[in-house]
Design a protein around this ligand. Structure first.
Ligand code: F0G
Length: 456
């Protein structure tokens, strides 16, 4: 049966078509940082898959039925039911976005001297650990180091390494084990159910809470049904439920698999912990039945969660990502293998061997994508992860120089992806023409969002 995309556009938005001259000007104005580029100068926006998807007609219809009352609104109960259909926890606390969930839960679990162990902390997640005076240690599985290995679960956490930390002198400082599904910082790779079972057993043995960072829980569940022996016949919904069952709690940005522009939740079994989080949420986000979200959003989320585990939708998403990854490789740009669902990760270090890490090849490629095609993407390399000295010179490079092309949900079609591949092909024909960069201004924290750079 040929593949049939399971939706069509019902409302459209025009995208700007710009000239190369205009883009060069905009790059200059933006200090050569894609985060500073005005979106009305971007043709294809692959900066993030977060809050950038298209909503469905059913989401819009439900949003019309929003109950905006302050406490106990009907919209909250529909939201909670939808979450609980997937996340079998006693307590479900809505908040406005994922990092708010992190801030609230981590404040309750961590503090100065504590350690958070993870397969990989996402950038804001790490920031939320470190601002509490705690340490964020990434312990990805060893296979994650090989970008080219076509292995199914390179998002796994290194269970042995976690066990060693817990049994060692720092063991008593570990306040949480946080497993990110799928592993965004690690190439969008999925985590297997076997890995979750193993880490769940270790966490229980040592009495440390296991928390899922479940921003892409549906995409992880889909890849489990496709790649993990024994799960071929499971529905994505059943896999997602099982994953949540294995953990003690979860934080989930719903700007991804909630198919909505905003929203997140904290899910917990433990009533004392949930109580502490609730007090914080009432003080900083909103009453416990809305957490800073409108009834409109709660309804959109309730319906988004009913839609996102549809196998036809998830299969389409996998296919589109694989299509773009295959096309990129065909034109000479390697990607992290295998491709996941929410984006593809270009190996800029390999494409631009004339650029040393200190000239930020990932960032250089991201700027070239914008200059040549009006495509916006985020670097995941030394600009984001490297260590700088006082003169903003790179002293310790990141392990890899990558660029993430994030794929907004239900937004771009095949022709847009063809266009991206064509622009990549143009760059890959003469990669030596892509200039390197130096940093002209670098804030101490969350540098990649706020720095300014210039071509050399
Ligand atoms: N955890 C993961 C794994 C994420 O990818 C994100 C956001 C967050 C937490 C924070 O959620 O944005 O709702 O506050 N990721 C976006 C991205 C921004 O582009 O990957 P948030």
């Amino acid at each position: 049966m040929p593949h049939l995309r399971p939706f069509v556009a019902a409302v459209v938005r025009p995208i700007p078509i710009t000239t190369r001259e205009q883009r060069i000007q905009e790059l200059d104005r933006a200090g050569h940082n894609p985060f500073n580029i005005q979106a009305d100068r971007v043709s294809i926006d692959l900066l993030s898959d977060s809050g950038t998807g298209a909503v469905s007609v059913d989401q819009q219809a439900w949003a019309q039925r929003a109950d905006e009352r302050y406490a106990g609104a009907e919209s909250y109960y529909r939201f909670r039911e939808s979450v609980r259909d997937i996340v079998p926890y006693r307590h479900v606390l809505p908040v406005h976005q994922g990092r708010a969930a992190e801030r609230v839960l981590f404040t309750a679990l961590l503090g100065p001297g504590k350690i958070s162990l993870s397969n990989t902390h996402f950038d804001t997640t790490r920031a939320n650990v470190e601002r509490l005076g705690a340490a964020a240690w990434d312990l990805p599985c060893p296979e994650a180091q090989d970008l080219d290995a076509d292995l199914p679960f390179k998002g796994n956490i290194d269970v042995e390494a976690v066990r060693n930390v817990l049994a060692g002198p720092d063991g008593h400082r570990v306040g949480q084990i946080l497993v990110t599904i799928t592993n965004n910082g690690g190439g969008g790779q999925p985590v297997s159910m076997a890995n979750l079972e193993a880490i769940s057993a270790v966490a229980r043995t040592h009495g440390v809470p296991l928390i899922l960072d479940a921003a892409r829980f549906a995409e992880n569940a889909w890849l489990v049904t496709q790649r993990e022996p024994g799960y071929e016949q499971w529905s994505p919904r059943a896999v997602a439920r099982r994953a949540f069952e294995l953990a003690d709690g979860a934080v989930a940005s719903l700007k991804k698999d909630g198919l909505s522009p905003e929203g997140a939740f904290i899910g917990l079994h433990d009533t004392d912990l949930a109580d502490r989080c609730e007090v914080d949420i009432i003080a900083t986000e909103g009453f416990r039945t809305y957490g800073g979200l409108t009834g409109h959003t709660l309804e959109q989320l309730a319906q988004g969660l009913r839609e996102v585990l549809d196998p036809h939708y998830l299969a389409d998403r996998e296919r589109e990502a694989a299509f773009l990854a295959d096309r990129a490789r065909e034109v000479g740009v390697d990607t992290v293998r295998p491709s996941g669902l929410h984006g593809i990760y270009l190996n800029a270090g390999r494409l631009l061997p004339h650029l040393q890490p200190r000239h930020f090849p990932g960032h250089s490629l991201a700027c070239a994508l914008y200059r040549e095609g009006g495509i916006r993407a985020a670097e995941l390399g030394s600009l984001y992860l490297g260590e700088l000295d006082a003169n903003n010179e790179l002293v310790t490079p990141a392990p890899f120089e990558l660029v993430r092309l994030a794929l907004p949900r239900r937004v771009y079609d095949h022709s847009h992806l063809e266009y991206v591949a064509d622009i990549l092909a143009g760059i890959a024909k003469n990669p030596e023409r892509v200039p390197g960069y130096r940093i002209s201004h670098a804030p101490q924290v969350l540098r990649h969002f706020r720095c300014r750079t210039e071509p050399i």
